[in-house]
Design a protein around this ligand. Structure first.
Ligand SMILES: Nc1ncnc2c1ncn2[C@@H]1O[C@H](COP(=O)(O)OP(=O)(O)OP(=O)(O)O)[C@@H](O)[C@H]1O
Ligand SMILES: *[C@@H]1O[C@H](CO)[C@@H](O)[C@H](O)[C@H]1NC(C)=O
Ligand SMILES: *[C@@H]1O[C@H](CO)[C@@H](O)[C@H](O)[C@H]1NC(C)=O
Ligand SMILES: *[C@@H]1O[C@H](CO)[C@@H](O)[C@H](O)[C@H]1NC(C)=O
Ligand SMILES: *[C@@H]1O[C@H](CO)[C@@H](O)[C@H](O)[C@H]1NC(C)=O
Ligand SMILES: [Mg+2]
Length: 449
């Protein structure tokens, strides 16, 4: 028998025991046996108590240990519903083939085709509850929870979170997954222009992203499009110049002219050309107040052009406010403050349109508010010819005749009216030429104003 350590020095009378068992376990067994048989305290049941306590300690130790192990081996990621990634992730997961989920919820989207028909699509996204997916060989647990108590004050929807859990060694998958989700989301808006409009204090997507309006489809008089595009591009490249000089990095454009001359269409086409989105506000809408305007202009989604339509409305309001008391709408000073107050470090490109430039106060023409002014008028003969060729390609001679007739009629018509005539005589250039007289009838769309 070895007496290398203290344990082995205990005399073990019980011959049943395998005394030759030199292992640690065997020795412990021996001690316990010895204690049990020799110690009256144990015999009295105190031993049981100690054993129980020991077991309890051991159990809580195991629980603690497993918690520690869980913490060490498991990572989770929380995505909150106010984060952009939230809906990206849900859409991505709906498309992910390897998933087990029994709780689904439906998200309906409408798609407007070019031919005008609308189709409805139901996306089954993971609903609240537990889900499992297998991604790149790893299993991920996904839990979508809806808070019953907390409500997102901005849009009144319940506050939600998605929690992803996986093994620590697979944590890099979170990044890859979110990147994939983002790419998927961006793909659906690729080649599209998203139009945002105000909804309370925040910007909301207005309808589905629209196919970009082709830049060439808007026909303005010679040079107008090119000059504006060049100016905007130059502005966008000069961020450093502005920041070096401490000048707010913004530029304002004013397009003015009669209705239907293509102002709004041009801005949409320009946004498409620059791959920007549009944040559109209509100042003659009654509900827009100075506060909201200011807040909205300082919280624009990235890569977007701000489009303020009918800015003369703010000026009418000033006149009205004086005689009719307070009216909840944008005031002249509110507009100026909002334009001056844009503090974004990103570039801010503002386009404004009006049909009544004479109603604008000269104060808005100050640089920093409006830096570039462009008249967009009724169709010139050049525009008429270009539009004719756009609708009836290769009918060069008819286009010449059309322009001549138009000049002889001495009519000033808007490009929208020309478009109306061409749409009425679709695919029939001679008919458009023959019906040129109808422009006279449509002339004065706004004669009642
Ligand atoms: N220069 C143009 N080139 C191509 N299409 C045009 C042009 N002008 C008008 N249109 C067509 O006419 C319609 C109205 O144009 P748009 O809304 O751009 O006019 P607008 O100048 O913004 O008018 P308003 O001052 O009333 O807002 C659109 O369908 C557009 O396609
Ligand atoms: C419109 O186009 C879509 C596809 O582009 C097609 O499914 C649909 O039938 C079309 N509708 C009409 C009325 O032509
Ligand atoms: C702006 O809103 C007013 C009132 O709702 C409407 O009459 C006008 O056509 C709108 N203008 C544009 C450009 O949308
Ligand atoms: C203004 O807001 C009220 C409710 O707040 C709404 O009913 C109304 O339609 C809004 N008007 C416009 C022009 O948006
Ligand atoms: C532009 O065209 C409209 C008709 O659409 C006409 O009433 C108006 O007088 C024209 N403007 C000019 C400056 O000729
Ligand atoms: Mg317009």
């Amino acid at each position: 028998m070895s007496d290398k350590n203290a344990v082995s020095t205990v005399e073990i009378p019980n011959t049943n025991l395998n005394v030759a068992d030199d292992t640690f376990k065997g020795k412990i067994k021996g001690i316990i046996n010895e204690a049990m048989s020799n110690n009256p305290y144990f015999a009295a049941g105190g031993g049981l108590m100690i054993l129980g306590t020991g077991l309890a300690v051991a159990r809580s130790g195991i629980v603690k240990l497993s918690r520690v192990l869980y913490r060490q081996m498991i990572v989770d990621l929380e995505i909150q519903s106010k984060d952009k990634a939230y809906s990206w992730f849900l859409t991505w997961m709906a498309k992910h083939p390897q998933r087990v989920s029994r709780h689904l919820s439906v998200r309906t989207s409408f798609i407007q085709h070019d031919n005008g028909s609308i189709s409805t699509r139901f996306n089954l996204v993971p609903g609240p509850g537990n889900h499992w997916i297998k991604y790149k060989g790893a299993y991920l647990h996904i839990k979508r929870e809806r808070s019953a108590k907390m409500i997102d004050l901005q849009n009144g929807s319940p506050y939600e979170t998605v929690t992803l859990t996986t093994l620590y060694r697979d944590r890099h998958l979170f990044h890859e997954m979110l990147d994939e989700a983002k790419e998927l989301a961006l793909k659906t808006t690729e080649g599209k222009t998203v139009i945002y409009t105000s909804f309370g204090p925040e910007w909301r997507k207005f309808g589905q992203p629209k196919a970009k309006r082709a830049y060439a489809s808007v026909i303005l008089d010679r040079g107008i499009k090119e000059n504006i595009l060049k100016d905007v591009q130059q502005f966008m490249q000069n961020g450093k110049w502005y920041s070096d000089r401490g000048i707010p990095y913004r530029r304002g454009y004013l397009l003015y002219g009669p209705p239907g001359s293509g102002k709004t269409s041009f801005i949409q086409a320009l946004a498409g050309e620059l791959d920007y989105n549009i944040c559109m506000l209509n100042l003659s809408e009654g509900n827009l107040t100075d506060d909201r305007l200011n807040h909205l202009m300082n919280n624009m989604p990235e890569r977007s052009i701000l489009l303020l339509e009918d800015i003369d409305a703010a000026f009418n309001q000033r006149a009205q406010t004086q005689d009719q008391g307070y009216h909840s709408s944008v005031t002249f000073s509110g507009l100026l403050n909002a334009l001056d107050g844009i503090t974004s470090s990103e570039e801010t490109i503002t386009f404004m349109t009006t049909n009544h430039p004479e109603r604008l106060d000269p104060a808005i023409m100050r640089p920093g508010r409006i830096d570039y002014k462009q008249f967009v008028g009724n169709a010139s003969l050049y525009q008429a010819q270009q539009m004719f060729l756009k609708f009836y390609p290769e009918k060069v001679e008819l286009a010449e005749l059309f322009v001549k007739e138009l000049a002889d009629l001495k009519l000033s018509v808007s490009t929208a009216q020309l478009q109306g005539l061409f749409v009425m005589n679709k695919d029939d250039a001679p008919a458009a030429l023959a019906n040129i007289g109808t422009l006279k009838l449509t002339n004065g769309i706004d004669s009642h104003i």
